[in-house]
Design a protein around this ligand. Sequence first.
Ligand code: XBP
Ligand code: MG
Length: 253
Amino acid sequence: MDGLRAVVLDVDGTLVESERDGHRVAFNLTFEQFSLPYRWTPEDYGELLAVPGGQQRLIAFLTAQGVAEGRRDDLARGLHRRKTELFQELVEQGRIQPRAGVRELLDDLASEGVRVAVATTGSKAWVSRLLEQQFGLDRFEAVITGEDATVLKPDPDAYLRAAKAMSIDPAADVVAVEDSHAGLRAAKAASLSCVVVVNDYTSGQDFSAADLVLDGFDGFPAVLHDPFGLAPGTRLDVVTLARVARCAAGAGR
Ligand code: XBP
Ligand code: MG
């Protein structure tokens, strides 16, 4: 589509509702299976999400619990391995679902011939399975996961790798779709323009650097930040994404 060459999407919290009733549940089941006393409430988990990547999140948590450094990293690795298996079971059971309006947006992008990739800090094992199950892997020209990136978001590495895998200049007509401040920072540091679709965990974060911020993909989403005055109506569609790309390019953002 004119002015829009590619869209790079985040997974957790953006394509799918996966944190509170997905990853959090798998972490808690893992603690139980390891006979550990930890249980993360939805509120606790909201704070823990400040650390991107499940294994890093565990390391930060275990450190705060006073677990000695020598034991901490091995424990975090073992816990995360099991958590990944358990989360994959949730995926297989169909318990991780797309956010409303995401399928329509992906269909729009496909019918307009816009190239699509994924950039996430999540683990390859479940990311591939989830994308395959919910959307079909062949929709995505590149899938960059936490194992592919050497540094996790907010570092730009995942976005730069996605652009490289597609052989495109990230600053030229490429839009990222994110749900979090860390994701927005990663996309912007890689020179992409960025639309943020907030969720319950991220709605209070700072999105002043975003090119458009909505509270949903469809159902007349509330417009929370709109520096270009795009005023999208019923849903986030491919026309709006193309306008974002054009305005951001014109403004040198
Ligand atoms: C999401 C994450 C992920 C998940 C857990 O961040 O941080 O790590 O919470 O997945 P983003 P893993 O959406 O910005 O990519 O346990 O597989 O890391
Ligand atoms: Mg996210």
